[in-house]
Design a protein around this ligand. Structure first.
Ligand code: SAH
Length: 263
């Protein structure tokens, strides 16, 4: 079905409005991933007046950088358990609310990911996602199976990738840090180099609103390696956060004064 295929592989945020990029929304799942970047960019937390409803734990850090209006948003701590609200549901609500209130010209989803060494990933690499797909939405009914995978192409940014010598790879998203044999099979079918818990959800919302999206993911753990994921994740979290807080400002500098079509 050619029509379905076309819908399934559309690129997020294309066509763009053609305006010079002025507002950038940076969506980050974990507070520890966000804080080094908040400090580097010297952003400040604004709670009055808040763009988000009072009830939610979401946080926003804003300021200007390289002539851009930059907002970092995080889903905050789970009300009941006090840990970061990782996964697809909180980040999609946060992305939705942020788009509606901040009208970004560009979204950057920055975070950490597991990487497949068989696909060229190494700890601390910062990857830019070329495609987004899901691996935990198995719906074995014609067409719904494809909806479950939900493949979307990333906004094309060939000049940026070249200028910053970024590694590129396909990303697969699911709501688990570990990987079941079923997940593994679908991740392989998705041809993924990196595996995370939010990317495809941010892409879904960005695509709904035709907002261009760049996903930058620093590798904290090697999925097809010998170390246990959780141990390796914790060991490399600060290295990855540092790599992100170095890379995101370089991306902001590059996009400043440009249009999406220039990237
Ligand atoms: N053990 C961690 C839990 C964080 S959940 C802690 O102590 O805080 C993992 C987060 O990192 C998610 O936001 C996810 O997007 C990303 N991530 C890193 N490695 C991953 C992997 N191998 N699989 C899925 N998500 C991963």
């Amino acid at each position: 079905m050619a029509g379905v295929e076309e819908v399934g592989t559309g690129a997020v945020g294309v066509p763009s409005s053609g305006n010079t990029i002025s507002t950038v929304l940076v969506v980050i799942a974990m507070q520890a991933e966000a804080m080094p970047l908040v400090q580097t960019l010297q952003l400040t937390e604004e709670d009055e007046p808040s763009v988000f409803p009072k009830a939610v734990p979401w946080k926003k850090y804003s300021g200007t950088h390289e002539g851009l209006s930059v907002h970092i948003v995080v889903p905050g701590k789970d009300f009941h358990l006090g840990v970061d609200s990782v996964g697809t549901v909180p980040v999609s609500m946060l992305t939705y609310a942020s788009i509606v209130s901040l009208h970004p010209d560009l979204i950057i989803n920055a975070g950490t990911a597991g990487g497949f060494q068989s696909k060229g990933a190494a700890i601390g690499d910062v990857f830019v996602a070329t495609h987004f797909a899901n691996h935990d939405r198995r719906i074995p009914v014609p067409v719904f199976d494809e909806y479950g995978i939900g493949t979307l192409g990333a906004t094309p940014i060939p000049n940026l990738v070249k200028a910053l010598a970024l590694k590129e790879g396909k990303m697969s998203t699911g709501n688990s840090l570990d990987m079941t044999p079923e997940d593994e099979e679908i991740i392989k079918a998705n041809d993924a180099t990196i595996k995370d818990m939010e990317g495809a959800a941010v892409a879904y919302v960005a695509d709904l609103f035709t907002v261009p999206l760049i996903a930058l993911k620093a590798v904290t753990d090697i999925v097809d390696g010998s170390k246990p994921t959780v141990e390796e994740f914790l060991e490399n979290m600060s290295t990855a956060a540092a790599a992100l807080s170095a890379m995101v400002p370089r991306v902001l500098k590059y996009v400043s004064g440009k249009k999406i079509a220039d990237l």
